[in-house]
Design a protein around this ligand. Structure first.
Ligand SMILES: NC(=O)c1ccc[n+]([C@@H]2O[C@H](COP(=O)([O-])OP(=O)(O)OC[C@H]3O[C@@H](n4cnc5c(N)ncnc54)[C@H](O)[C@@H]3O)[C@@H](O)[C@H]2O)c1
Length: 341
């Protein structure tokens, strides 16, 4: 992987392409594959913090350019936008614990770089800018069903940086030709070529396979779930929809049927692991709870997730039983552990 592959750049110069920041990440790997399958020309800008090989299976595709760089660096970000017509912005420090490690660094990556990206997109007359936000902007809520119109109440720096970024994007709607779209993801799960085990369903599955025992922390918190492949599909819809439909809009991305209380996840594990030992313990430093409506993304964009949490657990269980991710406790699968080093 070099910096920028100039031959490929020249070859594709006249054709517009999609820039994906953070395209080597957990969701990004699925998204890049889908974009290439659709015949899109794609450029990835990623600092490859976690996995140098997550795009190895795609790197020979002539429609893919991989640029190793940092979204905070003006020159790198500016050159990544050359010849680009749309941007999907995934890069960032992801998750509450990882964001709390170095607060200034988190702010500069998750917020200030978004501001820089918006300015550069306006300058370059980029049209579509799709931004990956999170349902954790809703904070610690009760039973109410939360829509995109509901008040937000972040309880972490991570969610705070997402809201501040959303504000910049919404303000820039229709400035020059910019059409920002915000996607607030449910908590993601499932297999990916850049695997994460710091996500609730993934770690429970790994523990169920390897230790035959899982711990349920608390249990009444609401946590909607979405498979990484479906998260990528939602981004595609936001990329491809007409500007009058999505410009300046926010979409919760998930499914009404996949809003779980943490304790309900237990039922999935009991079914798929009949001999499992389940321990109930008080919640640990994570008060987030949000019961979310996904009506808007379904009615406006026709989004229907293909996967369910149960199938996701089964898929990951099968993969683990084949011997994959035997090192599932390795730091590289946990954003906070890896960045702490
Ligand atoms: N996974 C989830 O449950 C979830 C839920 C809601 C929202 N999101 C959002 O979706 C996006 C992607 O999440 P993910 O799960 O794929 O995370 P990830 O950590 O796997 O991917 C993030 C990518 O960004 C890159 N990156 C980090 N800092 C960078 C920098 N300064 N310059 C360039 N690249 C940088 C990393 O190398 C990594 O490849 C994030 O914006 C995240 O906040 C994820």
């Amino acid at each position: 992987m070099s910096s920028i592959d100039t031959n490929k750049t020249k070859e594709n110069e006249s054709v517009s392409k999609v820039l994906v920041t953070g395209g080597a990440g957990y969701i990004g790997c699925h998204l890049i594959r889908i974009l290439l399958e659709r015949g899109c020309k794609v450029r990835v800008l990623d600092s490859f913090l976690f996995d140098q090989h997550s795009l190895d299976n795609l790197k020979d595709n002539p429609n893919l350019e991989i640029m190793v760089g940092d979204i905070r660096h003006m020159e790198e970000l500016a050159s990544s936008l050359e010849g680009v017509s749309s941007v999907i912005h995934l890069a960032g420090i992801v998750g509450d614990p990882a964001c709390n490690l170095e607060k200034q660094v988190t702010l500069s990556i998750n917020y200030e770089a978004t501001r820089l990206l918006v300015d550069l997109c306006k300058y370059n007359n980029i049209k579509r800018l799709v931004f990956a936000s999170t349902c954790s902007v809703y904070g610690a809520r009760g039973e109410e069903i939360l829509t995109e119109e509901s008040p937000i109440s972040p309880i972490s720096l991570y969610a705070e940086t997402k809201i501040r970024s959303e504000e910049i994007l919404l303000k820039a709607a229709n400035e020059n030709s910019l059409e920002p779209v915000i996607v607030r993801f449910a908590t993601v799960y499932g297999l990916s070529r850049r695997m994460r085990f710091d996500l609730v369903l993934n770690i429970l599955t790994a523990k169920a396979v390897h230790e035959k025992k899982i711990r349920i922390y608390g249990g009444v918190q609401w946590r909607p779930l979405i498979h990484a492949k479906d998260a990528a599909a939602a981004l595609m819809l936001c990329l491809e929809a007409s500007g009058d439909v999505v410009c300046g809009e926010i979409f919760n991305a998930g499914s009404n049927q996949e809003n779980y209380r943490i304790k309900d996840l237990e039922k999935i594990f009991v079914k798929l692991f009949p001999r499992i030992n389940i321990e109930h313990v008080p919640p640990m430093n994570d008060e987030r709870s949000y019961n979310v409506s996904f009506d808007k993304i379904t009615s406006v964009l026709g989004f229907t997730p293909q996967e369910t949490a149960k199938r996701g657990v089964k898929e990951l269980k099968d993969s683990l039983l084949k011997g994959n991710f035997a090192d599932y406790l390795a730091d590289k699968y946990y954003n906070v552990k890896y960045l702490y080093k």
